[in-house]
Design a protein around this ligand. Structure first.
Ligand code: FAD
Ligand code: SF4
Length: 509
């Protein structure tokens, strides 16, 4: 009796327990399907990198002696839907049992669960052996709490997993969080380290994808695809990050520059999210760099917090709120995305830089996503569901379990503040402090009204003014409301009028 074991495109973990021994009665199945290319409008690099990495995984499994059936996008047997392919493959391989690893996206989890319910026989889901936490652990920790403070969860993780701990309950250095040290702008020194990634020529695969009729956007970079496509490459990238960038990661974590798009970020999110790397090994490497005196505590703690803290936390928020989280819309925002979200052609230099880079690289770092693009989307009242679709499509690391809470919760405050303690909005002053974007901009970062006034300024005050009833009592934003109270009616009328004008024609900004 044969068993089919399904490996999804984000389950490329060659060290999963499944592969510890070979068995001729087990057929591993990977499939490139239109169901997965088309559920959202995707960046070309995302489709290409996932397919290329799946093909590499199939190669590695075959080399290790496992039986693999790979359904390429142009395979005539391919029915382009996961359940339909499973049924056909079960027949072809005379299989009576089907096994799969727990999917991370609700969409797939539900689909496979429902399909399995209608099947007689053996249908089994196993753990993906990847995360520190179970799906429901975050919800259990926060049961009955109104606000889900990440910091509270993060400290529990540090203790539970004994990461950066002096003793059982004492953090190394006496402090849990060094975020306040991690807010320096970057003025060109130290130099941005070399790009740590391997590049690949996948032009032939790209042609196959296009010929199969798959739609996408963004630069495919098919002849030099720059993402790690297997564990060995991901480990090399991790080494290079620890050596060259981690020591400065903390200082410049929030910095942005038109001259250096990667700065000191790891670009490891793709390798982590498709599970080529395990978060434990990445955290252990960073911690070891601190103990070896190679990187300062503030940098190492800042980096570890993203993975042991934020990454696990948002996953828990996702599972606690699905289905339905994608429809949250606390402010009732409904404006469509301006068309420059798709080509980067706006006179606002910060947005032009961040979006053009996203189209070229399928990547932007956290502050570009949060404090430039997301900030504008929230100030301008863009429809959070559309904003979510855009983020889910454009970034190489975008899988719904991590993208949705970051976009709808953290960046758009559309869940009403479950995840974020305040809306992440700013005027030009913050963007100017953390970047060099304003220097090359058509708009005047200081002006609030007039043709050349930076749109962020009027929109920022208009956002607070129009949401006084819901936000004014939030202690974390009292400052903004105290400033608003000091403004006279004429000044308020002026920025409101300016905001109205801007909102009438976002395409032309
Ligand atoms: P680094 O800065 O080097 O950080 C190291 C690692 O920490 C990352 O690889 C990532 O795994 C993890 N991490 C950092 N921040 C977060 C976070 N907020 N949530 C979860 N993990 C985090 N991250 C994704 O992996 N997929 C997404 O689809 C995604 N969408 C986002 C959407 C918005 C609106 C925002 C504000 C953030 C989003 N993030 C997402 C989080 C973060 O921006 C990316 O993880 C990060 O930019 C990836 O680049 P890096 O690997 O160089 O990260
Ligand atoms: Fe962005 Fe305004 Fe600065 Fe221009 S002036 S880069 S629009 S913040």
């Amino acid at each position: 009796v044969n068993t089919i074991r399904l490996i999804l495109g984000d389950q490329l973990n060659v060290r999963h327990r499944w592969f510890s021994e070979t068995d001729d009665a087990i057929i591993y199945v990977l499939m490139e399907v239109r169901q997965e290319t088309d559920y959202v409008h995707h960046h070309a690099q995302k489709i290409l990198a996932i397919f290329a990495a799946m093909r590499d995984m199939a190669r590695q499994l075959r080399e290790a002696g496992h039986k693999v059936d790979y359904l390429a996008i142009d395979d005539p047997r391919n029915l382009q839907s996961i359940p339909a392919n499973i049924d056909a493959l079960m027949l072809q391989h005379d299989a009576v049992a089907f096994e799969y690893q727990a999917p991370d996206e609700w969409r797939l989890d539900e689909q496979l669960y429902q399909h399995g319910r209608s099947k007689p026989g053996h249908w089994l889901m196993v753990d993906s052996d990847h995360f520190y936490t179970t799906r429901n652990q975050v919800a259990d920790i926060f049961a009955a709490r109104k606000q889900w403070l990440m910091e509270f969860f993060y400290r529990q993780m540090r203790v539970e997993h004994q990461v950066l701990m002096e003793s059982a309950k004492q953090p190394v250095g006496g402090q849990w969080n060094y975020d306040h040290d991690n807010r320096k702008p970057w003025r060109g020194v130290p130099a941005e380290p070399r790009d740590p990634r391997t590049s690949h020529d996948h032009s032939a695969l790209w042609r196959t994808i296009v010929d199969a009729g798959v739609n996408s956007f963004g630069n495919p970079q098919a002849d030099r695809l720059p993402w790690a496509l297997n564990r060995d490459e991901a480990l090399q990238q991790l080494d290079a990050f620890i050596d060259g960038a981690l020591p400065h990661f903390g200082d410049f974590q929030d910095a942005m520059s038109a001259n250096a798009w990667r700065l000191f970020h790891s670009l490891l999110s793709f390798a982590l999210n498709v599970k080529m790397l395990n978060p434990r090994e990445v955290v252990a490497r960073a911690e070891a760099a601190y103990h070896a005196g190679h990187a300062p505590l503030a940098a190492v703690e800042g980096f570890i917090r993203q993975i042991l803290g934020w990454r696990e936390y948002v996953r828990g928020v996702y599972w606690a709120n699905m289905p339905g989280y994608a429809e949250k819309n606390f402010f009732g925002h409904a404006r469509p995305l301006p068309r420059w979200f798709w080509d980067g052609k706006t006179k606002m230099n910060c947005l032009s830089q961040s979006i053009t880079q996203s189209l070229e690289q399928a990547h932007a770092h956290h502050i570009q996503r949060l404090m430039v693009i997301g900030n504008f989307a929230l100030l301008a009242g863009l429809d959070p569901a559309e904003v979510h679709q855009w983020y889910l499509g454009i970034y190489i690391d975008a899988f719904e379990w991590v993208e949705l809470p970051n976009t709808v919760g953290m960046s758009q405050f559309a869940d009403g503040g479950l995840l974020a303690t305040k809306p992440y909005v700013s005027s030009a002053a913050y963007i100017d402090r953390m970047s060099d974007y304003c220097k090359g901009c058509h708009y005047d970062k200081k002006a609030r009204i007039g043709e050349r006034a930076c749109p962020f300024n009027a929109l920022y005050w208009d956002f607070y003014q129009r949401n006084t009833a819901t936000l004014a009592r939030n202690p974390r934003i009292g400052m903004a409301y105290r400033q608003l109270e000091k403004m006279d009616a004429a000044a308020i009328g002026q920025f409101q009028q300016q905001a109205r004008k801007l909102l009438q024609d976002l395409d032309s900004l």
